[in-house]
Design a protein around this ligand. Structure first.
Ligand code: NAP
Ligand code: MN
Length: 269
């Protein structure tokens, strides 16, 4: 089996990466960052987002695993002091895979520029540098509302515990194939009126934003933020691709939510 390891880059994560790499090679696994069957992320959820981004074009053949070197993460469930145990699992046990839904975003432009299609593991957020965004919002091709405000966040179920949660969105179990739309400070008056509450859209329902005033935006896909000009529309829906997580033991989603947000847990490392 081919594997690769993506480290957060701090000394501690790099040390764990080096240790795991050596152990796995000793077990006859092949370190190959071009075509890995298994991608191990060492760091935090942010590191996992980066590992996902690097292999987003190989989701069919790649499975992911996260080791955390800070606090418990949503994508990182192994602690750094379980490395030996984990390495033996990887080398000896055929892995069980759990799949989570992803968000597909298509940005189309008014000029010659080709449209771009991206997949997000957490979410996309659409904002502007100055002032507010104004969009005609369509759901399944029908006008829904005219949105004016700081921006919008469209998240996956596994991303629902990230930015979405801070915006008052609900937490969605990743077995549900859905996306969630949350508002970022909408302006509501006699001219502009928005629904106000988060919306949850099932598979195949498209959420389309058409700019009504300026057409330059700051669009973030997970941890990567870029600015785009001449935007004609931004379309979001549940992607046909899914991300595969390696599981050697159960760690139910609601337990992660509890341990991250409700129960005070002692740091294990
Ligand atoms: P960051 O600023 O370090 O991330 C903010 C926090 O979100 C970190 O504690 C990160 O965990 C955590 N996080 C990431 N994915 C999560 C998930 N699926 N569920 C729960 N928490 C999650 O930046 P980053 O590490 O590069 O992560 C980018 C993410 O930050 C974005 O995708 C967005 O969701 C989130 N974000 C949140 C806010 C907010 O809550 N107001 C604002 C902007 C961005 P680690 O410390 O383990 O990395
Ligand atoms: Mn981070």
């Amino acid at each position: 089996m081919n594997f690769t390891i993506v480290s957060r880059g701090d000394e501690r994560s790099n040390k764990i990466k080096a240790k795991m790499k050596q152990y796995l090679i000793d077990f006859d696994l092949v370190y190959n960052h071009e075509n890995p069957d298994l991608v191990i992320s060492v760091g935090g959820d942010g590191t996992f987002l980066e590992a996902f981004r690097r292999y987003v074009d190989k989701l069919d053949t790649t499975a992911f695993l996260g080791v955390h070197t800070g606090h418990l993460g949503f994508y990182t469930d192994w602690t750094s002091n379980e490395i030996e145990k984990l390495v033996i699992e990887i080398a000896k046990t055929p892995f069980h895979v759990v799949e989570y839904p992803l968000l597909e975003v298509i940005i189309r432009f008014s000029g010659e520029e080709k449209s771009t299609r991206v997949l997000a593991l957490n979410e996309t957020t659409i904002k502007t540098v100055e002032g507010s965004v104004v969009f005609d919002v369509q759901i399944r091709g029908e006008h829904f509302e005219t949105f004016r405000g700081d921006g919008l966040c469209i998240s996956t179920p596994s991303g629902s515990t990230a930015y979405n949660k801070a915006l008052g969105g609900g937490i969605i179990h990743p077995s549900l194939e859905a996306i969630q739309v949350t508002e970022i400070a909408s302006i509501n008056n006699r001219v502009f009126r928005t629904i106000g509450s988060p919306l949850i859209l099932p598979k195949h329902h498209t959420f389309l934003l058409k700019p009504l005033r300026k057409d330059s935006f700051i669009i973030a896909i997970d941890h990567i933020t870029k600015s785009y000009a001449n935007v004609k529309s931004i379309q979001s829906r549940v992607a046909k691709e899914r991300v595969r997580f390696v599981r050697y033991r159960p760690f139910p989603f609601w337990n992660r939510v509890r341990d991250s947000f409700v129960t005070e847990v002692k740091r294990e490392d």
